[in-house]
Ligand binder design. Sequence first.
Ligand code: UDP
Ligand code: MG
Length: 322
Amino acid sequence: MALSPPTRVVHSVVVPVYDEADGIDEFHARCSAAMTALGEPYEIVYVDDGSRDGSWRRLEALRERDLAVRLVRLSRNFGHQIAISAGIAHTVGETVCVIDADLQDPPEVIGELVARWHEGADIVYAVRRERHEQSRFKTASASAFYRLMRWLSEVDIPVDAGDFRLLSRRAADALVAMPEHDRYVRGMVAWLGFTTAEVSYVRDARHAGQTKYPLTKMVRLALDGIMAFSVRPLRLATVMGFVVSASAFAAAIVLTILRLAGHISVVQGWTSLAVLVLLLAGVQLITVGVLGEYVGRIYNEVRRRPLYLVRDTDERGRDVGS
Ligand code: UDP
Ligand code: MG
C-alpha cells in the first residue's frame, strides 16, 4: 500500500534503472543520506527501464519504506536517454538532478550542484575530472567522442560531461517540451541555453553489475548525438563530392593533353580508370549512406509515436510521454 508522497518538493532526483538489482539498495542508502543532508524536502524518482532482474521488486520495497521514493516503470526497455526523459517528466521539484544508479556518479556531489543552483544557475553540469573505471577503451573512446562532437555540433556541448547534472524547473520543463525521438539529452540541454555552471567530480568505478552500454549502444548514442545536432556530415559529403569532381576534371584535362601529345596509348591507363571508378562509387555510397541516416531519422519523427509507454506508476505520475 503506497503512502502519499511529501507535499512540497524542492529537489527531485531522477534515476534510470536497468537491471541494477544488486546495487540499488546501496545506491538508495547513499543518495537518501546525501539528499537528507540538504535539509529540504526531496523526492527520488526511479525509472525502471524494462529491467528483467527483479529491480522492480526492489524498487517497490524501497517505496514501502521511504516516502520520498516515487516510481515509474516503462513498458519495455526504451534506453537510457528516454528513461531519463520519462523520469524528468514525472518530477515536481524546483530542481531536477539526473544521476545513474550504479554509483559511478557520487550522490554526494548533488549538494554542490544544488549550491550552484542557489547561486542562480539553471543548468549545472557535473564534469568528470578523473575516471576511476576499469576499461581504458571506454575512457579513451568517450574522450575522443566528446571532442568529435564538439567539432561537429552546432551547439556547444561541454566536453566530459555525461548525463549527471542539475536542471532548474524551467529548464526541465523546456526539455520535456522538446518532442524529438532520437534523444541525445546532453545536446538538448546544451541547446536550451540559460545560465550554466560546472562542478567537477571524480567518476568512480561501477558499484555492482555490468555496464548497460556495450559498444553497439555507444555507437548508436554517438550517431544520435552527431545526427541530431549537426548537418555537418551532409556538408562533408558535399565537400567530398566537390573535391573528387575537381580532381577528376583536372585529371581529365591532363590525360587528354598527354593522349593528344602521344605520350599514352589507348590500352594503357586501365588501372587508373578502374581506381577512379571505384573511388567515385565509394564516395557516392558514403554520401547516400549519410543521407539515409538523416532520412531514417526523419521517418522516425514523422510517425509521431509517443516517446515511451508507462506500465506502472504512483498516483501522481503522468501516464504517457508526449
Ligand atoms: N540504463 C537505462 N537503460 C538502458 C541502459 C542503461 O536506464 O537501456 C541506466 C543504467 O541502469 C544506469 C545508467 O542508465 O543507471 C547508465 O548506464 P551504465 O552505467 O550501464 O552506462 P555507463 O556508465 O557504463 O556508460
Ligand atoms: Mg555506469
